[in-house]
Design a protein around this ligand. Structure first.
Ligand SMILES: [Zn+2]
Length: 77
């Protein structure tokens, strides 16, 4: 059986373990939940930055509704 080390205390655990029983009692011994949370956070931040950039582009007239229309319908001016 494959052994994986707990990310919190370094104890060797079965790869199927859901907590670090007998060790630090971490409920996330391989950092999977943390990695997922981090990925979600990064995704959210990227989405927020893209939204902010589009908003600012419109706000400062770098991007106009006309440009978006031309881009979407691929029609030259
Ligand atoms: Zn542990």
């Amino acid at each position: 059986m494959a052994l994986v080390k707990c990310v919190d205390c370094g104890r060797s655990l079965s790869a199927t373990a859901t907590d670090c029983g007998g060790g630090c009692n971490s409920t996330d011994p391989f950092g999977k939940k943390r990695a997922e949370q981090k990925a979600q956070l990064v995704l959210m931040l990227v989405g927020l930055v893209v939204f902010a950039l589009v908003f600012l582009a419109f706000h400062f007239d770098f991007l106009t509704a006309e440009m978006v229309k031309n881009f979407l319908f691929n029609r030259p001016k």
